[in-house]
Every structure is written in C-alpha cells, then in structure tokens.
Write a protein that binds this ligand. Sequence first.
Ligand SMILES: Cc1ncc(C[n+]2csc(CCOP(=O)(O)OP(=O)(O)O)c2C)c(N)n1
Ligand SMILES: [Mg+2]
Length: 307
Amino acid sequence: MTETLDGLRLSPLTDEDLELLLLVRHFELKLLELYGRGDLNGTTHTCLGQEYVPVALRSLLGPADHVFSNHRGHGHYLARFRDPHGLLAEIMGREGAVCGGVGGSQHIHRDRYMSTGVQGESMPVAAGVALHLKRSEPGALACVHIGDGTWGEGAVYEALNLAALWRLPLLVVVENNGIAQSTPTASQMAGTVADRAAAFGIPHRLVLSTDVNEIRLSLEREIARVREGQPLVVEFVTHRLGPHSKGDDIRPAEVVRAARDNDWYARYAHDHPEHFYRLDGVVKAEVEAVAGEVAARPLSRWEGPCA
Ligand SMILES: Cc1ncc(C[n+]2csc(CCOP(=O)(O)OP(=O)(O)O)c2C)c(N)n1
Ligand SMILES: [Mg+2]
C-alpha cells in the first residue's frame, strides 16, 4: 500500500517499527515538556515529524555500519540503540548517561555512532571512515545524516568529491525539512540537492513517502550498491513539526499546518486505529516512566572518554 500526499493509506507496520516510531515521538515531546518546565538546561533540537527516516533506514543498516548524526539526532540514536534511558540521562546529566553527561543532546559517541552539533563536520569524517571500511571491512558503509541547510557548508562538497573519486561506501541521508533554523530552503539554496550530487556523478534518490515499508523497498537495492563502493545521496522531503529548537518557531501558520497534515503520527492513527491505540498509550507511559526514573538518579560523572 502506498502513502502519498494525496491521501492514500500508510501500510501496516510491525509492532517493533510502530513502537520505535512512538518511542521517538514521545521522547521528543517529553523533552520539550521538561525544557518548558525548566527541568533541563542547554538546548535541544527535536526530530518531531521526521522520526520515520531513521526508523525506515534501521533495517537497511547493519551492526558494522557507522552512523553519523547531527544536531537533530535523538531519533537516529534511538533507532540504532533503543536506549531512551541512556540518552535522557545524557541530556539530563544523570548517572547512566551515554557519554558521562558531557555530550548532551548533540554530541554522542557510542560504538559506531557519533553525532555532532557542528553542521557539515561529519561529512569529511564519514568519508574518512568510509575509506577505512572500504579497505578493512568491505561491505560495511558509513551513513551520514545532514539537513538541507548544511549544504551551505563547503566541507560537504570536499567529502562528496573524494567519495566519488575514491568510490567510497558513503550514504548521505538528507533530511530536507524545507528550512534551516528560520531560513526557508528556497531562500538559501541555489539549484537543488539533486543537481549538486549530479555535479559529482553521485546518484541521488528523492523520497517523498513517509511510509516506512515503502521507503525500505525503494532503497534496498541502492543501499546494497553503496556497500560495493557507489556513494549515494538520499533526500527525504520531510517536515519539521516543532520549533527549530525549543520555542523558536516563526513559520507562518500555513507552513506549520502543512507539516501537521503530513505527520505520519496522525495519519497512522487514522489509517490503523486499532494498532495505533493499542501501542500509543503504552509507549507514552514507558517514556513517562523513563523520565521519572532518570530524573531521580544522581548527577552523572565523567570518567574518561565515552565508548
Ligand atoms: C557550522 C555551524 N554553523 C551554524 C550552526 C547553527 N545551526 C544549528 S542548526 C542550524 C540549521 C541547520 O539547518 P539544516 O541543516 O536544514 O537542519 P535542520 O535544523 O533543519 O534539521 C544552524 C544554522 C551550527 N550548528 N554549525
Ligand atoms: Mg532543514
């Protein structure tokens, strides 16, 4: 079954996929609530509306693959590790934090996963890791998530150049939510992501769907080719449901409405009410329990580099 913006139904998800989607959604909502109450310091960027991207990619990536995330990375982390305790503890600076509480929301390192709040920084690093994988672990790839606004960083092009030249197993996932902080993509990007990938001879795939199963089917073969040394840019046309960070949303009402109209959460509830309502409350309660438990822990201590 296909989902498109004209209203076809989303295909049914497995419990595992729906639970993960809901976990990310309720985790992010809980964070905004905690910040709103003044229970958290610093900043955060939620992936509300974009949760389906890492959930769809999850089954296409393996344990040997590296994932490089960005400032909007909670969904990437949760899809990889399903570890809301460790992530929330990291953000709250409590015991059990993934990086001892010094990385916070944006800077996390665990196994073959790393995030950074510095836009574009991860691209050359991911290209370097892809080179290493090509030489020493053929078949594995480096997957890097960047936003549309990050295409304004020169490092992106240096990495694409070498990825194409050296045929690196680099998967660039672009989450094009149409905006960078408060600047619409149309006001900051000349041409398109597709044109820019084409300039390096790198294939580009556009994903309009929010249907997890459909996305997987459409990308399966292309991602297998990445493993053989064919870099790929996959551009998700997606929507940022919430503010850029915590309360800084100055978008016109119709833009926010369009984001809501495309929200997988409301659409799945409409299309599969029995499945949705069987799990939604359960996962929400799980996140509530995680927040209560983590908040009650002692403060974290940093005892050297994280994993
Ligand atoms: C090098 C650098 N410049 C500026 C910033 C501040 N900043 C954080 S997120 C952001 C916008 C990013 O837009 P985009 O890449 O589209 O990702 P999105 O936030 O939409 O997910 C900016 C300018 C930064 N983190 N790093
Ligand atoms: Mg953006």
